[in-house]
Write a protein that binds this ligand. Structure first.
Ligand code: MG
Length: 455
């Protein structure tokens, strides 16, 4: 077997730089393991717009077909679109070829369970064990799978969104929103044009073509949205919309050209949902306190999980949450499905703006105000990030500490959180406070303590 090196392997799949870690052989082996584990059956395969998408796709197809699985080819599309297709009763699993917000030289397999959620840690571990043991079940020549083209997944996704009782599509259409949209040449360019057409919006596009040669860092952080901000002002638009390459994260820019910060995407969507239907909210431990305060205003309660979409989605399903998500622009609306979805997130935000009849900057200003500072400590591939955080944990436990995921120190109106990333060889240090200065100070203080401890 080809070596598993220079790869980030997690419960949600395998990521690497194509040509240096992520090779067709690696993709083939994971597909063989996946097909052996869940097959034989129909497996949905989608890809984002990356230049290496076809290269990885054919290796995945080959692995699935070799284990007797049929490939349901949904083509170049988004993660939520592929996941929604996976949920259809006739399908038995799904694989999305995308490195999400990682730079353009990366690619990855995101592995879905038959229910359309990401793999549980247990299922992920079993797939990885099959790869390591080369434990594959090959089908006989006359039992191999075939490729089934399936082009209606995006239309089904949009139909499910426009059918949501929470949305008043006619009212949104009448408002004739003017929106600047930047999908960063990712898969958003395939579905967002139809979404905005349905919502009657006038759209000015930036980086629309889904060709995968991302012109900037594709993570929709405020620092990467300069072109979008300028365009919103230049065109006098109501809103700027940015999504990551596989369209599960959404970031907004106000009509004044101000990036609202990813945390406020979930805050705005949660404000809408709880206004209509108070109920439990599930978010990860790194999500803004603003959600907690919004929920309290609506008499609702927030439940916290470790970082990682599967943790949030599983808990949301268990407690029948009315709203869920991750603060990094990952809106999960359980009324549609239990996964992050920037397409439904966009529709929810437009609905809120229609209902309030105010500019987005005013609506946002009415929400609890917090500033989050995100920092990281970069480690070499293979470093034991979790062990390093655990060492800090052993020293620090006591006081007001939350151990949902890594260590989160809680203060009156602030917190600082340190944890090992699931997807990259880094340790994340994130703080939130009423002011940027306080948040920055808390990040730097904790980083200093962490570094001291590792020496
Ligand atoms: Mg993504």
């Amino acid at each position: 077997m080809s070596e598993l090196k220079n790869l980030m392997i997690s419960v949600s799949g395998v990521r690497g730089i194509v040509g240096d870690g992520l090779t067709p052989e690696v993709a083939l082996q994971f597909a063989l393991a996946y097909g052996t584990h869940f097959g034989p059956g129909r497996i949905v395969v989608g890809r984002d717009s990356r230049v290496t998408g076809d290269l990885i796709k054919y290796a995945v197809w080959s692995g699935l077909m070799a284990t007797g699985c049929d490939v349901v080819d949904v083509g170049l599309t988004t993660t939520p679109t592929t996941a929604l297709a996976t949920e259809r009763a006739e399908n038995h699993g799904g694989i999305i070829i995308t490195a999400s917000h990682n730079p353009r030289e990366w690619n990855a397999l995101k592995l879905l369970a038959p229910d359309g959620l990401f793999l549980s840690p247990e299922a992920g571990a079993r797939i990885l064990e099959r790869v390591k043991q080369q434990d594959f079940r090959y089908a006989a020549w006359d039992r191999i799978g075939r490729v089934i083209p399936y082009s209606s997944a995006p239309a089904e996704h949009l139909a499910a969104i426009t059918a949501l009782p929470l949305l008043d599509i006619e009212k949104i259409r009448k408002r004739r929103f003017k929106v600047v949209v930047d999908p960063c040449n990712g898969a958003g360019g395939t579905i967002l044009p139809d979404l905005f057409e349905l919502l009657g919006a006038e759209v000015i596009w930036i980086n629309r073509e889904p060709h995968g040669r991302f012109p900037r860092s594709p993570e929709p952080l405020a620092a990467n949205l300069g072109e979008l901000s300028a365009a919103v002002v230049a065109h006098g638009a109501d809103l700027g919309v940015a999504v990551d390459p596989d369209v599960d994260r959404l970031a907004l820019v106000s009509e004044q050209g101000q990036p609202l910060g990813e945390e406020y995407t979930l805050a705005l969507a949660t404000e809408l949902v709880l206004t209509h239907t108070p109920g439990a909210v599930v978010v990860n431990a790194s999500t803004s306190r603003a959600i907690e305060e919004i929920a309290a205003r609506h008499g609702s309660k927030v439940h916290y999980t470790p970082v990682g979409e599967i943790h949030v989605a599983t808990r949301a399903r268990e407690i029948k949450a009315i709203m869920a998500g991750e603060g990094n622009g990952g809106v999960i609306y359980p009324g549609l499905r239990l996964g992050r979805d920037a397409v439904v997130g966009t529709a929810l935000v437009l609905q809120l703006l229609v209902e309030r009849g105010q500019p987005v900057s005013v609506v946002q200003a009415g929400l609890p105000q917090y500033v989050m500072v995100k920092d990281k400590i970069t480690l070499p591939f293979g470093a034991d990030a979790r062990g390093m955080v655990d060492r800090l944990l052993r020293q620090q436990v006591g006081g007001n500490v939350d151990l949902t995921d890594g260590l989160k120190f809680l203060y009156d109106r602030a917190w600082v959180h340190i944890r090992a990333s699931n997807t990259e060889p880094i340790i994340r240090v994130i703080a939130e406070a009423p002011t940027a200065a306080e948040a920055e100070e808390r990040v730097q203080a904790l980083k200093a303590e962490f570094v001291k401890l590792q020496d």
